[in-house]
Ligand binder design. Sequence first.
Ligand code: CP
Ligand code: NVA
Length: 300
Amino acid sequence: MKHLLSIEKLPPAGLEAILAAAPAMKRSRGEPGPRPLAGQTWALIFSKSSTRTRVSFEVGIRELGGQVIFLNAQDIQLGRGEPIRDTARVLGRMIHGAVIRTFQQSDVEDFARDSGRPTINALTDDEHPCQILSDLFTIQERLGSIQDRVVAFVGDGACNVCVSWIFAAARLGFELRIASPRAYQPPPALLERAAGRISVTTDCAAAAHGADVLYTDVWVSMGKEAEAAERLRQFEGYCIDPSLVRRARPGALVMHCLPAYRGKEIHAEVFEAHANTIFTQAENRLHVQKAILDWITASP
Ligand code: CP
Ligand code: NVA
């Protein structure tokens, strides 16, 4: 049984298969073709808000021939305290696979184990693997191979999106530079576990120098709202603005997983100048997640 629980745990063959299948998923959209999810019903179980992930999975599952049930975690008994392990054992007898957005990584892992169904992490506090797989595909489309490129992540270096970048770096042989305030840098033990070419600094300009990709994410991730005032204070200046873009390689990509907060992690002019890349990242969620579903449901 295959799962996508994190970039850290995604087997190398899975990473390769997903990135190899994504271009054809994009090219052949709308054409008659294989329907690997025909006869299947997948559940989307979301405890946090979503626009891109929810819509791209709902559309993708349907395009691959499957049916979808969207479950807001607050509307099912999970929201009233029914354990995830019991929810998994019930749904596992009814559905064919699950896509889960929640807080704790262990909930996705428990669901995968106890449901006995292919399970996909649609964002937890620890990782956002579907996002990073789409971003890797977008970089491949725009720059060719990511190997030996330099990606500079500016913002919350301990957030789910940055952690998935950290685990991708070692796997795909690119250099990752993280610019974050000290209190929001990734823990050293995690960097050691990832063992990639990764550096961490408080200096955005140094991280951006000659970079091929400038990447950012929100300063206040979902679930961190109580820390918003302190975060806004600490992250002041950790913004992709025109002067930071000038530090990067000419023609560098500026990327954002969205939703974006202009004037905070990204300057409005930079956002508009790079909107084509940013919204292609969003579109690519659909194509890459179809490749993920195809890989996960194929026999080993
Ligand atoms: N980037 C991303 O995951 O967007 P949503 O929160 O809208 O799904
Ligand atoms: N780090 C952000 C990503 C949103 C897609 C969050 O967790 O809210």
